[in-house]
Design a protein around this ligand. Structure first.
Ligand code: PEP
Ligand code: MN
Length: 329
């Protein structure tokens, strides 16, 4: 973050006007300054402009730097490579798909075949499930990680699965390619540190009401503790209308892609909670700049142990992924 120091007596309005024209967002500096001194903070969502260019603006006396809260994320590449699968700027859009929960060996093997046939490169599936209600299905645990690994390997797919506690980290690292941090755990800092130490790629879901700054700082925790790379995932935030499960924040997708220039995928399954909206909202997310999508799919959605209403069956998955432009390799 930068701070612009304005020449004494110079009209601040004029400087602000020039800064805005360069795509910079400003706010008044609230730290201690001399009485006749005016400073403007350039917000982190602004365009990248060099100090030299700022100093050319009449009325700008100096440009100071304000330490970023997420310096490692600021330097994170806009495209990453996970075992030959590229995600981010310049890479093909990427599809990740699979059931909400791994339920049985047979179910994840059938799902992996569907996922491969849809053109997806990454198999998703939860073995440790964060459930709002303690009496809901809680996941099959470690056994499921092994079934998932076998099912993915059969088709050359990578895997992504959620770790919910520091105690899950070693076993998830052993059997899976990418860690998922769920929305409810975005600010579980002990978990972020433990997952970071595994030095693997991490798919970090946005918290249910997290700001971009909080989200990037959560990612910073992961990188600070050693995570190899981060994929951010917008999965909907809390709002006031119950027709959809959450409010799919596509502006945030465009922000992360085009302003922060970081790898970002979108999850229309959890965001909408309704299978009939997955197709259009997936297309909208790709149009907004998502580098990929993560979708829930199940061989028999009606019998799913979790999130039944939002999971696509085989026919729906193949049709929808084709509409988005994905196809079997
Ligand atoms: C999931 O991906 O199955 C999940 C629980 O997602 P979220 O953390 O976004 O609710
Ligand atoms: Mn789910």
């Amino acid at each position: 973050m930068k701070i612009v120091k304005i020449k004494a007596g110079y009209p601040i309005k004029q400087v602000k006007h020039e800064l805005t024209a360069l795509g910079l967002w400003t706010s008044p500096y609230t730290g201690a300054v001399k009485e006749d001194q005016t400073m403007l903070v350039i917000e982190s969502q602004s365009n990248a402009v060099t100090n030299a260019r700022l100093l050319e603006i009449e009325g700008v006396e100096d440009v100071l730097s304000n330490p970023s809260k997420h310096p490692l994320m600021d330097k994170h590449p806009s495209v990453i490579d996970i075992k030959g699968v590229r995600i981010g700027d310049g890479a093909e859009p990427l599809l990740m798909a699979g059931p909400c929960s791994v339920e049985s060996e047979e179910q994840i093997h059938i799902a992996a075949q569907m996922v491969y046939d849809s053109g997806a490169k990454i198999l998703r599936g939860g073995c440790f499930k964060p459930r709002t209600n303690p009496y809901s299905f809680q996941g099959v645990g470690v056994e499921g990680l092994k079934w998932m690994r076998d099912a993915a390997d059969k088709h050359g797919l990578l895997t992504v699965t959620e770790a919910m506690a520091p105690g899950h980290v070693d076993v998830v690292a052993e059997h899976s390619d990418i860690f998922q941090i769920g929305a409810r755990n975005m600010q579980n800092f002990d978990l972020l540190h433990a997952v970071g130490r595994a030095k693997k790629p991490v798919l970090l879901k946005r918290g249910l009401s997290a700001t971009i700054s909080e989200w990037l700082q959560a990612a910073e925790h992961l990188l600070h503790y050693g995570a190899e790379s981060i994929i951010l995932c917008e999965r909907g935030v809390r709002s006031f209308d119950g027709n959809t499960r959450f409010l799919f924040d596509l502006a945030v997708v465009a922000m992360i892609r085009h302003v922060y220039k970081l790898p970002i995928i979108a999850d229309p399954s959890h965001a909408t909670g309704r299978k009939e909206l997955i197709g259009p909202m997936g297309a909208a997310a790709l149009a907004a700049g998502a580098h990929g999508l993560i979708i829930e799919t199940h061989p028999d959605p009606g019998s799913a142990c979790s999130d039944a209403a939002q999971q696509l069956n085989r026919e729906e998955l193949l049709r929808t992924s084709k509409e988005w432009g994905f196809s079997k390799p």
